[in-house]
Design a protein around this ligand. Structure first.
Ligand code: MRU
Length: 347
């Protein structure tokens, strides 16, 4: 199993996929076991596992399970049969491109396979997993190096170990920055409606004794007006070829606030989050989730009866509001189409 020194959202043990049920955190630490790809797709849709890189890694392991089942069903015809499983996975959540990236990478391996597919596909899934951990560590170093003086930062949603193979993207920068004294304090937006900030980011930070203060999203403008943070640091679900960034709903608002208040805005995401087929951010598919997630709280309706709710899960921040995109391949200051293309062509 790929090694990480942080909490593991995804494990492969006893020939099974195990996912830490993030819906129960921080109160319960429960790993669910998976043997069927359709149930894995459901787990992605239902937020058992979430965060762009983690969704991609999960899909890769899900394909190992699918191949095992399809090969047992028909060793001659499994490559045709598995296509329906790849489609099921692809339909789980639309925005995080890491999902489609991982499916494409596994499909490429499938094409060249002969004999029992499980060992080769499992090796590929483990490689996707361990590469992501390595990428997070590199982004951490690169991102932290950009911070000039010890400061507090603001983050949104959870782009930590739980959202990746381990260590995290935005929280990887936080971990590296805290270790080197560059980041002294983390402000975390609660992140309605799933509360990834309150439940997941705060949990990760507390476990490592990194000082963390929660706030409602509406407090971000006042926080910046008071000069309490030097940087906003977030992850991403998909970055367009021109550097526009899709991330958790509310990120765009933070970028506008940051520019107005002279706060720097950093996006940390692996190259697998960059979608060179999407020219600009407005073409990124944005997931709309159930209104119930906004209208209710832990199973109880909290809104006025008769009210409806709009629940986009992500928004798009234009590249011009982003000071730097950090990938494992390097940091791109003031991102644009030319710089993104050059970064993606490099290794
Ligand atoms: O709906 P979620 O929890 O999957 O949204 C996650 C985010 O928006 C993260 O910021 C993004 O996936 C980057 S994770 C390293």
């Amino acid at each position: 199993m790929p090694q990480t020194d942080t909490v593991q959202a995804i494990r492969w043990e006893n020939k099974q996929l195990q996912l830490l049920d993030q819906r129960l955190l921080p109160h319960k630490t429960v790993y669910l076991e998976f043997n069927e790809v359709a149930v894995v797709a459901e787990a992605i849709r239902d937020m058992v596992v979430r965060g762009a890189p983690a969704i991609g890694i999960t899909a890769a392991y899900g394909i190992v399970l699918a191949a095992r089942m399809r090969f047992a069903e028909s060793s001659a015809d499994w490559k045709r049969l598995i296509e329906v499983d790849l489609q099921t996975l692809a339909q789980s959540r639309p925005t995080a491109v890491n999902l489609f990236w991982a499916i494409a990478r596994m499909r490429e391996v499938i094409t060249g396979l002969q004999g029992d597919p499980e060992p080769v596909l499992l090796a590929e899934a483990k490689k996707i997993h361990s590469d992501d951990i390595a990428a997070c560590h590199r982004m951490g170093e690169l991102g932290a190096a950009l911070i000039e003086q010890p400061c507090a930062i603001l983050t949104h949603c959870n782009a930590g170990a739980l959202a990746t193979g381990g260590y995290g993207t935005a929280l990887g920068v936080v971990r590296a920055g805290f270790a080197t004294g560059k980041i002294t304090h983390v402000y975390a937006d609660e992140t309605r409606p799933w509360m990834q900030g309150a439940r997941l980011t705060a949990w990760e930070m507390v476990q490592e004794n990194i000082p963390v203060t929660l706030q409602v999203e509406g407090a971000a403008a006042y926080l910046m007006q008071q000069g309490r943070v030097d940087w906003v640091i977030v992850g991403s679900d998909r970055i367009a070829a021109n550097g526009d960034v899709a991330n958790k709903i509310g990120t765009y608002g933070l970028a506008i606030l940051a520019r107005y208040h002279g706060v720097k805005f950093m996006v940390a995401a692996p190259a697998s989050t960059v979608d060179m087929n999407i020219v600009r951010g407005e073409d990124i598919p944005i997931e709309q989730r159930s209104p119930e997630e906004v209208l209710s709280w832990t199973g109880r309706f909290i809104a006025a009866t008769g009210a409806t709710a709009w629940n986009p899960a992500f928004d798009v921040t234009p590249a011009e509001l982003v000071d730097v995109i950090v990938t494992e391949r390097g940091a791109i200051l003031a991102p644009n189409a030319g710089k993104m293309a050059a970064m993606m062509e490099s290794t």
